[in-house]
Design a protein around this ligand. Structure first.
Ligand code: COA
Ligand code: AMP
Length: 643
């Protein structure tokens, strides 16, 4: 079939080799697709930052490249953004000129509130068009935005407020989840109460589904303020920033409860994303591209907002779920209604659709003639899901691998350069910029087919994080120290004889729940706060729909006589309250003891294998083998099958 790909006709090898031979020449050429206010002195400056920086000396503005230049060059009346919201039953379409006007007015409001170049602005919003406008308005002013996903609780928001120290927060009165309205404002107020740093103002979008009280002297009504700026004809020119200045900070799970603030620069980011649209995603300016993710995640930053707009494409911002809003045909409805050429989502979304509509009965109800490619990322794409999607949609299904840190794909089947043959279970081959190697724990390269630590030879290409926000040393220690000269992805995998990558598991405590990246270490910190809990371990166990779900094991303090079911419920409530519903932490099992090695390390890996009913071996270093029997009994009592 056509979507099987052909190594002979793809330009991939030629292009990848050209990058290998002359990386700086390659990126300098790619950078011609961006409008610069001032050219760079050096394409790559190895003396800057932690491992070097891209396009040093250059000046630019990301909002200018995403909006103004398209308006100036004939795209003013082309749709830039479609807000399709089946959950509210609304739809809104904005041309490039309209988005520019809205962003310009919001930028004026932010400036009136004292926001200037380099200031941080937190955006805590649901999937409304104003979330994208807010990001672009910050970019216009040279301010650094930090979007916080709506499914996080007030405490998580407070941690981010204290780390980013924003001058201002942009939020909304509510978000909408199936069957319930989430009042955002109390979460925002609580977070500001918890945090030591206090923003000087909050701009709040009132949504008709649930309004909120505004705090006098602090809160500004979004619509009123933007309306006034527009009526006054305010113009805010794009502020030139250094290519190496941060565009945004996006917090992602680290190995502790303290999230990592991934920094993204302006110049390299634009170059990498623009290049990816044509060459990796095979999308042309003027076409409709849809990333069904959330603006709170990196996929939302890169492929709902920045890449499609930098490219002059039309982006779809979808406020709904793959199922239940109203049915498992929603994705096909959006594709046909807007003429989407490529959809990007997480495999879990397709597993949800497949579960609801295994026969794909909704597919033929819609005209999918514009649709060319499905992209899946965020977690390992299981072959069964890929095959189902290929079969039902009759388009290539591209599994691609990347991380919040990299901002764009490390590896994929480069459909824009010509599709390579598909190997199920593999996110295909490294993209230009990424020299991917697999090392053993001592840092030696392993043979093809051998599992090891997947690393990327430094420097990372444009678009990847240059550092962590205010934490250069943490960045170095977390990513660069263990394998000198390489960036540690913290993924384990292997490369086969054809150079195809296989990403199998994380080497740290990160788990992937419904495409959402979460730290079990962070959850353990919360569980341990419960007064009756003496010790705990949280592991990710396999879940047919979400990929993984967290499961907590608790050991109670001696002398605790309260009902264990009550305590377990309280622990679940604590995690939901502290981290948020997105943690999907619903299972807690009380056990008498945790299995440990003789040196006191908790055997989380063995517990996970038992819970996943995988083959497991008794670790030679275990302190007391009987504990594993106790755990198996406890899991069986919960109806979890064990081997
Ligand atoms: N605001 C508030 N709460 C949110 C939220 C948000 N923005 N997003 C999710 N939640 C809540 C959900 O309502 C749910 O709450 P519940 O425990 O009361 O039911 C909880 O967080 C867990 O959400 P989720 O893991 O998303 O499960 P789900 O059952 O609601 O939906 C899927 C399952 C598969 C449909 C959904 O996860 C999905 O579409 N995933 C795609 C993932 C994705 O876009 N990843 C980004 C990388 S591409
Ligand atoms: P995030 O930072 O949320 O994008 O999560 C990044 C992590 O998700 C990676 O380090 C991988 O563990 C996992 N991941 C993302 N995409 C893939 C993929 N295509 N295949 C396997 N794992 C993936």
């Amino acid at each position: 079939m056509s979507w099987e790909g052909n190594a002979m006709s793809s330009r991939y090898h030629e292009v990848y080799d050209s990058w290998m031979r002359n990386p700086e020449g390659f990126w300098a050429k790619a950078a011609e697709a961006i409008d610069w206010f001032k050219p760079w002195n050096k394409v790559f400056d190895a003396d800057l930052g932690v491992y070097g920086q891209w396009f040093s000396g250059a000046e630019c503005n990301t909002c200018y490249n995403a909006l103004d230049r398209h308006v100036a060059t004939g795209r003013a009346d082309q749709l830039a953004l479609i807000h399709d919201s089946p959950i509210t039953g609304t739809m809104a379409k904005y041309t490039y000129a309209e988005v520019l006007a809205k962003v310009n007015a919001l930028a004026a409001v932010l400036r009136d509130q004292g926001v200037e170049k380099g200031d941080r602005v937190i955006i805590y919003m649901p999937m409304v068009a104003e979330a994208a406008f807010a990001m672009l308005a910050c970019a216009r002013l040279g301010a650094i935005h930090s979007v916080v996903f709506g499914g996080f609780a007030a405490k998580e928001l407070a941690t981010r407020i204290d780390d980013a120290t924003p001058k201002l927060i942009i939020s909304a009165s509510c978000g909408i989840e199936p069957g319930r309205i989430i009042a955002y404002k109390p979460l925002l107020d609580q977070a500001i109460e918890f945090s030591s740093h206090k923003p000087s103002a909050c701009v709040v979008l009132q949504r008709p589904q649930l309004g909120c009280e505004l705090v006098a002297g602090r809160d500004v009504d979004y619509a009123e303020a933007v309306g006034a700026a527009k009526a006054a004809g305010r113009i805010v020119e794009c502020v030139p920033v250094a290519a190496t200045d941060p565009l945004y900070v996006l917090y992602t799970s680290g190995t502790t409860g303290q999230p990592k603030g991934v920094v993204r620069d302006n110049g390299g980011h634009m170059v990498a994303l623009k290049w990816s649209m044509d060459n990796e995603f095979g999308v042309k300016p003027g076409e409709v591209f849809w990333a069904a993710s959330d603006v709170g995640w990196v996929v939302g930053h890169s492929y709902i907002v920045y890449a499609p707009l930098l490219h002059g494409a039309t982006t779809v911002l979808f406020e709904g779920k793959p199922v239940g809003t109203p049915d498992a045909g929603t994705f096909w409805r959006v594709i046909s209604e807007h003429g989407v050429v490529a959809l990007f989502t997480a495999p879990t979304a397709f597993r949800a659709i497949k579960k609801e509509d295994p026969q794909g009965a909704f597919v033929p109800k819609y005209d999918l003639s514009t649709f060319r490619t499905l992209f899946l990322a965020g977690e390992r794409a299981d072959p069964e899901t890929i095959k189902w999607a290929e079969h039902k949609l009759n388009v290539p299904v591209i599994d691609h691998w990347w991380q919040t840190e990299t901002g764009h794909p490390i590896s994929q089947n480069p459909i824009g350069l010509g599709q390579l043959p598909v190997k199920y279970g593999s996110p295909c081959v490294p993209m230009p910029g990424f020299d991917v190697r697999v090392l053993d724990d001592a840092g030696h390269e392993v043979a093809h087919g051998t599992l090891g630590n997947v690393v990327v030879k430094l420097p990372l290409p444009p678009g990847c994080l240059p550092t962590l926000w205010n934490a250069g040393e943490r960045f170095f220690n977390a990513y660069l120290a263990e394998f000198p000269g390489y960036y540690k992805t913290a993924d384990a995998g292997y490369v086969d004889d054809d150079g195809y990558l296989f990403i199998m598991a994380r080497t740290d405590d990160i788990i992937n729940v419904a495409g959402h990246r979460l730290s079990t270490g962070g959850m353990e910190e919360v569980v341990a706060e419960h007064p009756d809990v003496a010790e705990c371990a949280v592991i990710g166990i396999a879940d047919a729909m979400k990929g993984q779900i967290p499961c907590g094991f608790i050991v109670l303090n001696s002398g605790v006589s309260r009902d264990t079911a009550t305590i377990e419920k309280e622990v679940v409530g604590l995690v939901r309250d502290r981290i948020g519903p997105v943690a999907a932490f619903k299972m807690v099992v009380t056990i008498k003891r945790l299995p440990k090695t003789r040196s006191g390390k908790i055997l989380r890996g063995t517990m996970q294998k038992i819970a996943d009913h995988e083959e497991w071996k008794m670790p030679a270093t275990i302190d007391d083998p009987a504990i594993l029997d106790e755990i198996m009994e406890a899991l069986k009592a919960r109806g979890i099958q064990v081997v």
